[in-house]
Design a protein around this ligand. Structure first.
Ligand code: SAM
Length: 278
């Protein structure tokens, strides 16, 4: 058996009785043309190791291998999927390592060699938590080169949002400070089995070697958290607890104290962070 002669995913699901479990956020992609398209959004995989979270029955895993990934390390929490993934492993000898466990509790770095790309169709709650972790490592640059991740459409829009939009907030600033971000695909609910209630989108994030503008990450994060926690308030009110002289600081970096968080660009937030902690 090689990758081209593996059975269709519907048969895999039937043969291994992989009925989707809601608690594990299981909405599978069964169309290999579609998983191929997602895998290609991750860029040239031929010289890369790929970390996949939540391979499930392996539709995206197969695509990553077909697209030439040097090696795929896949972390799956549902042990029912392991026999199906073992078939893929046998069809691509030495190129797929499956780790049985919770991606939130596992550090996969020791199994991977740079350059590393991360690709995943994940349950949405786990996806956001992992994204925040991947964007806030102890050291920058992180262990990965790029992230290609499926999200609920609204979350994808929050990651790529620009100032002035409703979706603009902490996630946009966190992601865009350190990465180029792009929505590369939209998927309707019917693309998945079973179909979720919401639409989805794939976001591609490419890390920058240095953050886009200089700033202390903790200070920036603190400012942005305060500013967007009370996003309808003027900054002089939402940031008052940060520093008693906040109005002067805002003015010193060209931000009007009466502006609101969603009007402030990433560059301006970074300038404010530097004014707070030079
Ligand atoms: N990648 C497959 C696909 O595209 O068809 C499956 C996608 S399904 C949305 C999410 C997968 O993530 C499921 O197989 C589920 O069991 C797995 N999963 C859920 N939580 C996980 C976790 N914390 N760690 C690892 N895998 C997890």
């Amino acid at each position: 058996m090689n990758l081209d002669t593996l059975p269709p995913l519907r048969d895999v699901i039937h043969n291994h009785d992989l009925h989707a479990k809601k608690a594990l956020g299981q909405n599978f992609l069964l169309d290999l043309n579609l998983t191929g398209k997602i895998a290609r959004q991750a860029g040239d995989l031929s010289q890369c190791d790929v970390l996949e979270i939540g391979p499930g029955p392996g539709g995206l895993t197969r695509a990553l291998l077909v697209e030439g990934a040097r090696k795929v390390v896949a972390i799956e929490r549902d042990p029912r999927c392991l026999p199906a993934l073992a078939e893929i492993s046998a069809a691509a000898p030495g190129r797929l390592t499956v780790i049985d466990g919770d991606a939130l509790a596992i550090n996969p770095a020791e199994h991977l060699t740079a350059p590393i790309r991360i690709v995943a169709n994940l349950p949405y709650n786990v996806g956001t938590e992992l994204l925040v972790r991947w964007l806030t490592p102890q050291q920058w640059p992180p262990f990965w080169q790029s992230l290609t991740l499926m999200f609920q459409k609204e979350v994808a829009e929050r990651i790529t949002a620009k100032p002035g939009s409703k979706a603009y907030g902490r996630l946009a600033i966190l992601a865009q400070w350190r990465c180029d971000t792009r929505i590369v695909m939209h998927l309707p609910p019917q693309a998945f089995t079973p179909a979720p209630k919401v639409s989805s989108a794939v976001v591609h994030l490419t890390r920058l070697d240095e953050p886009r503008y200089p700033a202390d990450g903790r200070v920036l994060n603190d400012i942005v958290a305060r500013a967007f926690n009370q996003r309808r308030k003027m900054l002089r009110a939402s940031l008052r607890s940060l520093r008693p002289d906040i109005e002067d600081l805002l003015n010193s970096v060209g931000i009007s104290p009466t502006q609101r968080a969603e009007e402030i660009s990433l560059e301006q937030f970074c300038a404010l962070a530097r004014a707070v902690k030079p």
